[in-house]
Structure formats: structure tokens, C-alpha cells
Ligand binder design. Structure first.
Ligand SMILES: [Zn+2]
Length: 197
């Protein structure tokens, strides 16, 4: 009888191929394209314990990143919200989903290049976010908000909605502008009410 293995495969081989065509023999987790050594060499990024208390693992840059430059992409499978919810119905929300507008979600959990999911929220770090998500026609860019020095941990602001709902919640620029406008209008109306009294 064949033995059925129910264990989820969490290791795979590093995809790095050197100039002679030899593939790296080291192992990596399923979410990393490269072993730790080649993640550093090729991408200039390192996954290590986050400086944010209780955040688990974080993502650090080994090279300086200029303000406005793309640090990395948040990659994953593009699913509709319906597909995504169906996938994680039983276990609740997937930890590594990021909503893209109202209808799509990027699921970084099962892909080989989901390093973006290690970027922690800045809350509790005592510092400000140094990268932000930028939705470029459905491709999420993780862009530097300021000049970032080599060795710094990349930190983002997940946004209020994410903290209450799921792993990552992406609020697009238009939505942010609208919220800001609403807040301003509310403040104004409150001020006017006060004056009338
Ligand atoms: Zn390798």
C-alpha cells in the first residue's frame, strides 16, 4: 500500500542558478524563491526577527533604497474576493491576503515570491513607516517613503481597516483622499455649529 503523506510541503530548493548553470542545492521555505544566502545576494533583502515588539519576522534591506524607489513587489496570486473567501472559508481569513480595490485580493501565502508579506506594520516600533504600498494597475509595489539606509527594517502602515479585518488591507489613493475630505468637512461643520452657539 502506498503511504499517503498529508504533510504540507514547506521546503523547496533555492532557485538560484550561478553563471556556470549550476543550481543552488540549499533549501528554502515555499514562500521564498531563494535560500537566505541568495535572498541577500540577489534581492538585497533579509528576513529576520522584527524590531517591532511581538511582530515575529520582519524584512530588512541590506542596501540603501532611495525615496520613491521600489523596494520590492508584493507578489501573489490574484484572486477575486469570492475565490479568496472560498479558499479561507474554513480557517477564517487568510493571513497573507491584500485587497486590491473592492473585487480582488492578492494572496501571497502560496506563492514562491511572497517576501512582501514579511514587511511589518510600524505600530509599536517607535518609528514611522518607511515604505508604502502602491497599487500600479493591480501590481503592488512596495515603495520607499524616504531614503532608507542599509540594515533598516522595512515598515509599512497597514491602515485601520486591516487591523480590524485581516492580514493586509490596501486602501487606494482615491479612497484615502475621500476619507481625508470627509474628515475635513466634518471638522468644519463641527466648528460652524460651535460658532452658532
Ligand atoms: Zn541558494
Amino acid at each position: 500500500m502506498t503511504k499517503i503523506n498529508h504533510t504540507i510541503v514547506v521546503r523547496k530548493r533555492c532557485t538560484y542558478v550561478d553563471s556556470k548553470g549550476n543550481r543552488c542545492t540549499k533549501e528554502t521555505t515555499v514562500t521564498h524563491p531563494y535560500c537566505p544566502q541568495h535572498t541577500q545576494k540577489v534581492l538585497g533583502l533579509k528576513v529576520a526577527k522584527s524590531t517591532v515588539p511581538f511582530a515575529g519576522l520582519g524584512l530588512f534591506t541590506l542596501k540603501p533604497i532611495k525615496k520613491g524607489d521600489i523596494a520590492l513587489f508584493y507578489e501573489g496570486e490574484k484572486l477575486t474576493v469570492k475565490e479568496y473567501n472560498k479558499r479561507y472559508e474554513k480557517e477564517g481569513f487568510g493571513e497573507y491576503g491584500m485587497t486590491l480595490g473592492a473585487r480582488h485580493v492578492i494572496d501571497a501565502r502560496k506563492t514562491s515570491s511572497g517576501l512582501g508579506r514579511y514587511v511589518c506594520d510600524y505600530t509599536g516600533s517607535g518609528q514611522k513607516a518607511n515604505v508604502k504600498y502602491y497599487d500600479n494597475k493591480g501590481k503592488i509595489e512596495i515603495t520607499a517613503k524616504r531614503n532608507i539606509e542599509a540594515g533598516e527594517e522595512l515598515m509599512v502602515s497597514y491602515g485601520k481597516e486591516m487591523r480590524t479585518a485581516m492580514g493586509f488591507q490596501h486602501i487606494n489613493v482615491e479612497e484615502k483622499k475621500r476619507l481625508k475630505k470627509e474628515k475635513k468637512a466634518l471638522k468644519k461643520s463641527k466648528k460652524e455649529k460651535k460658532l452658532k452657539k
